[in-house]
Write a protein that binds this ligand. Structure first.
Ligand code: HEC
Length: 423
């Protein structure tokens, strides 16, 4: 019952998270489009009022006339529209989901038993939780310091962009080395998403409040607030596409189970930013196909780089991870022995699935904490197993499954799954 309620909570939070993110990212894309699509006003009256640019649009059966003021308009209306809740709700619901999914089961989902760094591989649950939270906090602190130190007056934003790009490569590298693949992709996306929301919370909104306050007091607002708001929202624009991709990558284990998954992640991040750049420039009236072509080229490199190797050799798996988990379970299941002829039969594969997988991958899992078959993958019949053959081979070869090697799968069994022809 408890597992069921947690799953339900997960669904509701995810629903909220996706809706809030659509609203926020949609609005952010809209405002970049609006800002870049502004044209000088034609009307002399408007020019006199201090209008710097305008845009006419037709939408939903009506005509809209947006105007942007170069400096402060003569008078501010009382009911000024602010945008921040969409950003905060996206972050809060995302953090809630992360807590529910990862922080409650860190030894399954956060710990990277195959990490080349011993301290990371040996982390226990609470240490992995602390590490994940510290990772998020440090991500924001480092990014914020880079902005403050490199381009405090927004005069060196080009160099700053390069520094932020380098920082993201480092984040991708560290996250995949410290945390398990899926968590690493999620946390790297979350570092960017946290920077985005924190930009809104710590800089953009307070800056705008100072501007409004000054204008209401009849003073000229400090231009640095406007410039900084712009700088941070430009960063947010380039983060949006990569963040969405990294969040979605969780459903595609071929992305994060690759041994050099940080390279794939980096390629995705730059591809997303390059494709976004095309649209930013397009709204300003410049068509630069080089950007999306470069973005697509990076994606093609990712496809090539991430392709499963065709040779069927299975490396010796690092079985160290969960010997303890199996021991705790107290009932180590004997391994299925390979046959000398090398032919792997479906019956043998079924036995392996029965011993190592169906405790979780059944309609009613027996593994504590699982209310339903994870991702709907059910492996309790020959038909289902054949149907999922490719996926099974992939997750077993990459050692992503059995999750945390809870069920103590052996190297021989992995080699047999690799040699099995899927029939
Ligand atoms: C301790 C529970 C557990 C065991 C044991 C387990 N799995 Fe999983 N499996 C999961 C969970 C949880 C997920 C979903 C993870 C995710 O969302 O990426 C999953 C996902 C999968 C997927 C889908 C991956 C994807 O992203 O497409 C496949 C295929 C799979 N498991 C196969 C196996 C096989 C084969 C075994 C046995 C060798 C196995 N699992 C053992 C818990 C388990």
């Amino acid at each position: 019952m408890e597992a069921y309620l947690l799953e339900f909570g997960n669904l509701l939070l995810r629903w909220l998270h996706v809706i809030a993110a659509i609203a926020w990212v949609g609005e952010s894309i809209y405002f970049v489009m609006l800002d870049n699509g502004l044209r000088p006003p034609k009307d002399a009256e408007c020019k006199k009022k201090g209008v710097y640019g305008e845009m006419w649009a037709v939408h939903g059966g009506g005509f809209y006339h947006n105007q942007k003021y170069a400096t402060s308009p003569e008078k501010l209306p009382e009911d000024l529209h602010w945008s921040f809740w969409k950003s905060y709700v996206t972050w809060l619901s995302g953090f809630g989901l992360f807590t529910l999914l990862y922080l409650t089961k860190p030894s399954f989902y956060l710990v990277n038993a195959n990490s080349p760094w011993e301290w990371a591989a040996n982390m226990v649950g609470w240490q992995a939780n602390v590490a994940a939270l510290a990772f998020l906090a440090l991500g924001w602190i480092v990014y914020n310091e880079l902005c403050k130190r490199i381009s405090p007056n927004m005069t060196r934003d080009g160099i700053l962009s390069v520094a932020v790009a380098v920082m993201m490569v480092v984040v991708a590298y560290l996250s995949t080395h410290i945390f398990s693949g899926r968590a690493a992709f999620l946390l790297t996306g979350a570092v960017m998403a946290t920077a985005m929301s924190a930009n809104v919370f710590f800089w953009i909104i307070p800056g705008q409040r100072r501007m409004v306050k000054a204008m209401k007091a009849g003073e000229t607002p400090n231009p640095i607030d406007g410039l900084r708001g712009k700088q941070r929202s430009v960063h947010n624009t380039y983060f949006t596409l990569p963040v969405v991709l990294l969040m979605l990558s969780n459903h595609y284990s071929f992305t994060y189970t690759h041994p050099q998954s940080w390279v794939i992640m980096t390629l995705f991040i730059f591809a997303g930013a390059l494709i976004r750049q095309y649209f930013v420039l397009m709204h300003a009236g410049h068509i630069r196909p080089g950007y999306p072509i470069a973005g697509v080229a990076l994606i093609l490199i990712a496809i090539w780089f991430g392709a499963p190797s065709t040779s069927k050799t299975v490396e010796a798996p690092a079985a160290q991870s969960n010997v303890t988990a199996t021991e705790q379970a107290g009932e180590a299941v004997p391994a299925v022995e390979g046959t000398t002829t090398g032919e792997v039969t479906l019956a043998q594969v079924e036995t392996i699935m029965d011993n190592r997988c169906v405790q979780c991958h059944a309609v009613n899992p027996t593994q504590a904490g699982f209310a339903a078959a994870p991702l709907g993958v059910i492996l309790d019949s020959a038909e289902q197993i054949k149907l999922q053959a490719d996926r099974i081979k992939q997750v077993v070869a990459s050692k992503y499954m059995p999750l945390g090697n809870m069920s103590g799968m052996t190297d021989d069994e992995r080699a047999m799954i690799a040699a099995w022809n899927g029939q």
